[in-house]
Ligand binder design. Structure first.
Ligand code: SF4
Length: 366
């Protein structure tokens, strides 16, 4: 192994474990290594150590529920829901009762986080109204993460007060080129989340073979500047029928290299990192969370009545324990204590004022 590279990786680990992140040139130097080399094998090993350190040895499972399979006029080039690709033949939308049942199944199976994911134009106010019903019907210390459209600060606050604990939002790779979005609008939503009581979860995605080391390093650093709680990497699934049909996908080996670089470069500033789609090796390369998916999925053309690609909560849990993590949230929300006591029974519900959830956003919520 090249000694200078080994020394660099050790220094990055040491600085990261003390809360420092790395400058652009170091991130690029790590990304430039050969993904199949022994240096990257060592990078992944040290990233796994960092994952255990940053999470207090915890790894979480998110149970995602795609609440609506609908064509979406935004036509992001990588998304199977784009109206222009004509892949959505029939709209399928989960009812509140169905979502509650799916949450119950996930929680009983042992997920630590429920992710409610919608297309860009699903009404967040409706989803927020359902949160209290979900919490009441399915007690527990699980977290609720929202992966929805644009949000104003008032909407982020309202979602938190209704029982959400985090929100996922991303400035996608080549946002504004492969998507029609105004990049500043995406950052505006991210700031609304990051400045609210919600934890902001993000990702470097969707990654393809065309993305350069410089673009990836810049996205990691831009994200870091907005204070994420969690940051992951996600490969683009080149869905047949979308403009990326037939494009060679990024390799699993390269994705594990990207995950390890991310985990070490951000150090303990970021609580949890992961990789999607899930592979067991991620838990040995800096990953400390898995996502299991059901329902609508922008990486698929069918509504998944069962879990996507057959990856179950039980399998995720077994892999997590085998890798030496405890399957639990790395940081529970004090409103949802592990003894199951409900937060609205701790205080008077009247103390929780629902702000007016309108305000400057993308316009679809008005
Ligand atoms: S990624 Fe989101 S905004 Fe883009 S087409 Fe898909 S659902 Fe619509």
């Amino acid at each position: 192994m090249n000694q200078d590279t080994k020394d660099l990786i050790d220094r990055v680990f040491d600085e990261g474990s003390r809360g420092a992140s790395q400058p652009r040139e170091v991130i690029i130097a790590l990304l430039e290594l050969d993904s199949a080399s022994e240096e990257v094998a060592y990078l992944r090993e040290r990233a796994a150590e960092m994952a255990h350190l940053a999470t207090n040895n915890s790894a979480s499972i998110s149970g995602a529920i795609g609440v609506d399979l609908c064509s979406c006029d935004m036509n992001c080039k990588f998304c199977s829901f784009g109206t222009a690709w004509g892949l959505v033949e029939e709209d399928v939308i989960y009812s509140k009762a169905e979502i509650i049942e799916l949450v119950r199944e996930y929680v009983e199976a042992g997920v630590t986080t429920i992710t409610l994911r919608s297309t860009e134009f699903y009404d967040l106010n409706v989803l927020s109204e359902w949160l209290a019903d979900i919490r009441e019907a399915v007690p527990g210390s699980y977290l609720i993460n929202l992966n929805v459209g644009e949000m104003s600060p008032a909407m982020a606050e309202a979602a938190y007060q209704a029982g959400a604990t985090s929100a996922y939002h991303v400035v996608r790779m080549r946002e504004g080129i492969d998507t029609p979005f105004d990049v500043s609008l995406r950052w505006q939503t991210i700031d609304a989340i990051s400045n609210s009581p919600l934890r902001w979860i993000t990702c470097v995605e969707p990654l393809g073979i065309e993305h350069t080391n410089e673009e990836i390093a810049d996205r990691i650093l831009e994200n870091l500047a907005h204070r994420p709680y969690g940051m992951s990497v996600m490969a683009r699934v080149n869905v047949p029928g979308t403009p990326f049909e037939g494009v060679e996908p990024i390799s699993e080996e390269r994705m594990l290299h990207l995950l390890a670089t991310l985990r070490l470069s951000v150090g303990t500033k970021v609580r949890t990192c992961g990789m999607h789609p899930a592979v067991p090796a991620a838990l040995y390369s800096g990953g400390s969370n898995f996502t299991v998916e059901r329902g609508a999925n922008p990486r698929d053309t069918t509504f998944n009545e069962e879990v996507w690609r057959g990856f179950t909560v039980a399998e995720a849990r077994a892999l997590i324990e085998e890798a030496g993590f405890e399957c639990r949230s790395e940081s529970p929300d004090p409103r949802f204590p592990v003894d199951g006591k409900m937060w609205w029974k701790v205080g008077d519900p009247a103390d929780y004022v629902m702000p007016d959830p309108t305000g400057p956003c993308c316009g679809r919520h008005e």
